[in-house]
Design a protein around this ligand. Sequence first.
Ligand code: MLT
Length: 323
Amino acid sequence: MQRALLAALIATFAIAAPAAAENFPSHPITVVVPFSAGGPSDAMMRILGERIKLSLGEAILVENTTGAGGSIGVGRVVHSPPDGYTVGFGHLGTHVANGAIYKLNYDLVADLEPVVLLPSNPMVIVSKNAVAARTLPELIDWLKSRPQPATAGTAGAGSGSHIAGLAFESAAGIKLQYVPYRGTGPALNDLVAGQIDIIVDQTSNSINQIRAGSIRAYAVTDSKRVEQAADIPTVDEAGLPNFHMTLWSGLWAPKGTPKEIIAKVNAAALDALMDPQTRKNLENLGLQMPPADKSTPEALGEWQKAEIAKWWPVIKAAHVAVD
Ligand code: MLT
């Protein structure tokens, strides 16, 4: 009896799954952004969502589930039904660094399906305007002259702004006091207000405040200048050679999400990246488009594994694990 019931269930599911994939999507899709609304991850996902909803024919609902360097939002996706209606935005911090920092109750590779690589962000070193420095060497001297370590805003341990801060500390020989927020959106507000001293931020987050003159920029962590902020020197030009760091992003789905559904979301995201207006909105924030040869779900999976192999030893050596 039980065997017959099981056979019937499997048969039903085997029939249902392709049908589900075929009819996907039949209602709105939730994209979990593991950081605050108004920050760089949120802004990128909302710009992409405007176009993706046209390709998929259903609304894209951005849900900001924040905390613990983004690991809580990623956990929300891991534990969601593998039906394509919940996918997660993430980046080098949430889908690489956090695995070396937190005792996660999930595996960043085994419990998630990579969907698509998204644009990347060169980081930019910014300070409140009250800092008595105009160049990067002057900023580093100012940071070294502080009786107490200067305060650096982050989106929590393991976030992009945190691992960029760690890399800046080791590159410049300085110490920083990290101030965690639920995203660099609110951290930037406090920088503008002079409540914290610096952020090593995603360019797309700080670019408008830099343009407005309400914060000061010293260098971008790339070998080439950001076209949309061409007056900001590279770290090489500013005197901190080879402190290169670009924060790449992506979308992931829960383990077991049908390949056909992942292929549909992948195609819709690639369509959005090719759409002239969407691309213009992203590039205007200084975002760099992902390489065309890394557009498949498999390519994101391989890239994530390579980044884990590269970054975990560095992060573990920094002894920043969170119990
Ligand atoms: C955010 O959207 O707040 C960022 O991605 C945070 C970070 O990782 O620094």
